[in-house]
Design a protein around this ligand. Structure first.
Ligand code: ZN
Length: 151
């Protein structure tokens, strides 16, 4: 178990344009494990992107329904509908705001073993996928907040 330090706003790591992972090897799997450990240690997060621990690679971990999902080079390939939900972020402690997102998304990625996978998510899962994939392009949720709310 290796819990890494979560970079907090305004750390420049959050503005990294993350690079695609070329080969899903043991180092990448170790990173994904550390990311999951860090997310669970923080306890209130439903996802974490690699740049949040200072690593500018296109890696995301997500746990919305007690199932850990590890995504390498994730891309949103389809989306539909619209929702406005309240989001927070482990890099912005105690900050919450309403953000407009698709109601449903389909994501293609590689898993921790380099195999292509496709996942679909709606409601909170769609929010989480969009939020984390935004991080990979240096986009944070405060860039999109419609209105801040009390927690
Ligand atoms: Zn975030």
């Amino acid at each position: 178990m290796a819990v890494r330090r979560i970079r907090k706003y305004p750390d420049e790591a959050l503005r990294s344009i993350c690079q695609p992972v070329k080969r899903v090897n043991g180092r990448v799997r170790a990173l994904l494990r550390d990311m999951a450990d860090t997310m669970y240690h923080a306890s209130n997060g439903c996802g974490l992107a690699a740049c949040q621990i200072g690593v500018p690679l296109r890696l995301v971990v997500i746990d919305v329904d007690d199932e850990l999902i590890k995504l390498v080079n994730p891309q949103i390939v389809e989306s539909s509908g619209e929702q406005i939900a309240i989001e927070g972020c482990l890099s912005f402690p105690d900050l919450w705001g309403k953000v407009r997102r698709p109601a449903w998304v389909k994501v293609r990625a590689l898993n921790g073993w380099g195999r292509p996978i496709e996942i679909e998510g709606e409601d909170l899962m769609a929010v989480c996928l969009c939020h984390e994939i935004d991080h990979l392009d240096g986009v944070v949720f405060t860039d999109k907040v419609l209105e801040y709310v009390e927690d």
